[in-house]
Design a protein around this ligand. Structure first.
Ligand SMILES: *[C@@H]1O[C@H](CO)[C@@H](O)[C@H](O)[C@H]1NC(C)=O
Ligand SMILES: *[C@@H]1O[C@H](CO)[C@@H](O)[C@H](O)[C@H]1NC(C)=O
Ligand SMILES: *[C@@H]1O[C@H](CO)[C@@H](O)[C@H](O)[C@H]1NC(C)=O
Ligand SMILES: *[C@@H]1O[C@H](CO)[C@@H](O)[C@H](O)[C@H]1NC(C)=O
Length: 363
């Protein structure tokens, strides 16, 4: 083999090897993973494209990349001292085997390293039976993932998404105490709280004030550290077609069962905040406020004259809940998801989006 060819092959090899590891940012420094903690976490789910350019980066501390990996987002997040974390989802039955768990975790850590990312958000919303082999496997998965990330990427963050309450919501009977101890934080999905309606099958708020707080009382009563809890609020609402719309404004729903409950929010459709804000003023009712659930809603008629009731959250309902986060000294807030606001230059939309970001801080 000629020396030239040898040099060429070595160079090729080096370039191929380095390709995955070449820092895509303006400076090498921006590829460094974030190590320091902010006092108040603002945890954002991002589902892709470029809405992140309009986020309020003075507030964001973590972005969970649920869309396609975007190197530009990574560089930008790091320039603002914010973490960018992977989405982790896997079938729990396949994680009962320890070798499979290790293989999965190794893949996640390698992927995070190659992409200069700062951790992982484990989003496994599967049914698990209390004390089953899956129940223990899930806890082990979280513990082992956290150990591996902390060891391999110093300062990295491992979070786990939980339902609004630890009481086997949607048959997610997990070992919440052990999982909380095994990771850096729980993102509490304080929404979809009507996923299982056991009482009257009627339209209700996505995240009623009392029901939301009840979930936190339950987590805290298990002695879970308040600093492990991030309150996730919805930047979307539910549009329910009413089977019957009573004089009193009660919207009766079609019975759509979910995981054992006879009626659920699956009778409705999830709608982004940006869409509702364009609809509410011209609706039948305009914005109404429910004093019991402490949430806004409105009624409208569709093209075939059917009444719909739309329940959502806005800065007023979110601020009430975030006041609780502050009073209890929880870790912070977040939302599903960052893309759901109107980030256009329209001045009304601009103000509405600004108010939604402000509400997360509860100040
Ligand atoms: C291991 O995981 C693979 C897929 O990732 C799956 O097909 C297989 O059934 C798993 N093995 C066990 C023993 O769970
Ligand atoms: C349906 O709505 C009408 C009009 O408000 C009301 O009179 C009626 O009692 C409702 N029916 C049921 C089954 O709730
Ligand atoms: C809807 O009405 C509210 C309250 O009157 C107003 O502040 C807002 O600008 C209106 N929204 C739009 C899109 O016109
Ligand atoms: C909400 O909770 C408070 C305190 O636990 C209670 O006094 C109140 O009656 C509850 N309201 C509703 C609508 O459930």
């Amino acid at each position: 083999m000629s020396v030239l060819l040898l040099i060429f092959l070595i160079a090729l090899n080096v370039s191929v090897y380095c390709k995955a590891d070449v820092c895509p940012c303006e400076t090498q420094e921006l590829c460094q993973q974030i190590r320091d903690e902010k006092d108040f976490e603002v945890f954002v789910f991002d589902v892709g494209q470029k809405a992140w350019k309009s986020y309020d980066w003075d507030k964001v501390t973590t972005v969970a990349a649920f869309g396609k990996y975007d190197a530009e987002l990574m560089c930008h997040a790091h320039s603002k001292g914010a973490r960018l974390v992977l989405k982790g989802d896997v079938s729990i039955p396949e994680m009962v085997d320890p070798a499979n768990r290790t293989a999965w975790i190794t893949d996640q850590v390698d992927l995070a390293k190659r992409q200069f990312m700062d951790g992982i958000n484990i989003d496994i919303e599967q049914e698990v039976v209390d004390s089953s082999s899956e129940y223990y496997a899930l806890t082990a998965l979280v513990r082992e993932t956290t150990e591996a990330f902390h060891r391999e990427i110093p300062g990295s963050q491992v979070s786990f998404d939980v339902a609004w309450s630890p009481k086997c919501i949607d048959q997610r009977c997990y070992d919440y105490v052990a999982i909380a101890e095994s990771c850096d934080l729980l993102f509490v999905m304080s929404y979809d709280e009507q996923s299982q309606i056991w009482g009257d099958c009627v339209a209700m708020a996505n995240a009623p004030f009392n029901q939301t707080l009840t979930g936190y009382y339950q987590y805290l009563a298990m002695k879970i550290d308040p600093k492990k809890l991030v309150m996730g609020v919805p930047w979307y609402g539910y549009d329910y077609p009413c089977l019957n719309f009573s004089q009193e404004g009660v919207c009766t729903l079609a019975m759509v069962p979910f995981r054992g409950a006879p009626c659920s929010d699956a009778a409705g459709r999830q709608i982004p905040y940006s869409v509702m804000m364009k609809q509410v003023n011209g609706s039948m009712s305009g914005r109404l406020w429910d004093e019991v659930q402490r949430a806004p809603y409105y009624n409208y008629k569709d093209q075939s004259e059917h009444v719909h009731q739309v329940w959502y959250d806005d800065p007023e309902s979110i601020s009430l809940k975030v006041a609780y986060v502050r009073n209890q000294g929880l870790r912070g807030t977040g939302m599903w998801n960052g893309n759901l606001l109107d980030y256009s230059t329209d001045p009304v939309a601009w103000q509405q989006s600004k108010d939604m970001w402000e509400a997360l801080m509860g100040l």
